[in-house]
Design a protein around this ligand. Structure first.
Ligand SMILES: NC(=O)c1ccc[n+]([C@@H]2O[C@H](COP(=O)([O-])OP(=O)(O)OC[C@H]3O[C@@H](n4cnc5c(N)ncnc54)[C@H](OP(=O)(O)O)[C@@H]3O)[C@@H](O)[C@H]2O)c1
Length: 266
């Protein structure tokens, strides 16, 4: 029998977090590092935050590296998998956090915008699963956590069709891989964050801002717990899923939304 504290430890584990330089990706990377893993992070680095994030992870004690990678580009993803193999020799945990969002009404939504969302959120996630998954199959172990969203459960009238389609696709991708790769001792799960006051919804922190009044207040009214999600809510869930504590969970949708998506609203 394992002591409960040891079930959550990630010593000697190697992790890769896509989009780990900021937002929910950084919280995920920080949680994994604090639990004992060595964590690599990747991104296009368009905000120049990747190196700062690596320095923060190193201070926790993680042997961290940053990898420049656009997950929509097959060659970039193949190169990233090679870097993981050369630097660490393995990858035990893959967190597919990188993603983009968009909001516009469907009747005028351009094919270009549609393709951009799908190629990042679904195709990019698939490419990372495939390339890192090959290593995991050889290792005969692995844990993949894919970022879906509350939008993979519910619709919004504000115009989130492409994003919602992509995020429900991530659930299908996760379930399918969980079934295909279970025999290789690889677990695949989807995390569905709700309205987090971090990352792409950081504007929720500004209670006097126009976006808070327009979107924040109506959303808050629909969250039974009456608060937005925070970085710690993501960190805890990621470490739970990645650790031995989650070792029999595969193909699951883990909803982290304070009850938002099960609220009938009356
Ligand atoms: N925040 C929320 O409330 C919320 C709710 C539900 C789900 N989510 C999901 O959680 C994940 C993280 O969101 P966030 O709020 O932290 O967003 P964010 O702050 O905008 O961060 C997105 C991350 O993805 C990376 N990225 C985007 N396109 C990429 C590409 N083509 N190749 C490599 N990296 C790419 C970005 O790095 P670069 O720009 O440097 O490439 C960045 O690190 C997303 O999948 C999002 O859909 C967020």
């Amino acid at each position: 029998m394992t002591h409960i504290k040891d079930l959550f430890k990630l010593d000697n584990q190697i992790a890769l977090v896509t989009g780990g330089g900021r937002g929910l990706g950084f919280f995920s990377a920080e949680g994994l590092a604090e639990a004992g893993a060595d964590v690599a992070i990747c991104g296009r680095d368009i905000h120049g935050k990747l190196e700062d994030a690596v320095e923060k992870l190193k201070k926790i004690g993680s042997n961290s590296i940053s990898i420049k990678c656009d997950i929509t580009k097959e060659d970039d993803v193949k190169q990233m998998a090679n870097i993981m193999k050369d630097h660490y020799g393995k990858c035990d945990i893959l967190v597919n956090n990188a993603g983009i969002s968009d909001m516009a009404q469907s009747k005028t939504y351009s094919l270009e915008r549609w393709n951009s969302i799908i190629s990042t959120n679904i195709t990019g996630t698939f490419l990372c699963c495939r390339e890192i998954g090959k290593m995991m199959i050889r290792q005969k172990n692995g844990c993949i956590i894919n970022f879906s969203s509350e939008n993979g459960q519910v619709g919004f009238s504000s115009g989130m069709t492409a994003y919602a389609t992509s995020k429900i696709g991530v659930i299908g991708l996760s379930r399918s891989l969980a079934v295909e790769w279970g025999k290789h001792n690889i677990r695949v799960n989807a995390i569905l964050p709700g309205n987090m006051e971090e990352g792409m919804m950081e504007f929720l922190q500004d209670k006097n801002g126009p976006m808070y009044k327009m979107i924040g207040i109506p959303l808050l009214n629909l969250i039974p717990m009456k608060r937005f999600g925070k970085g710690d809510d993501i960190k805890g869930t990621i470490v739970f899923l990645a650790s031995k504590a989650g070792s029999y969970i595969s193909g699951a949708k883990i909803v982290v939304d304070g009850g938002f998506t099960i609220n009938a609203g009356i």
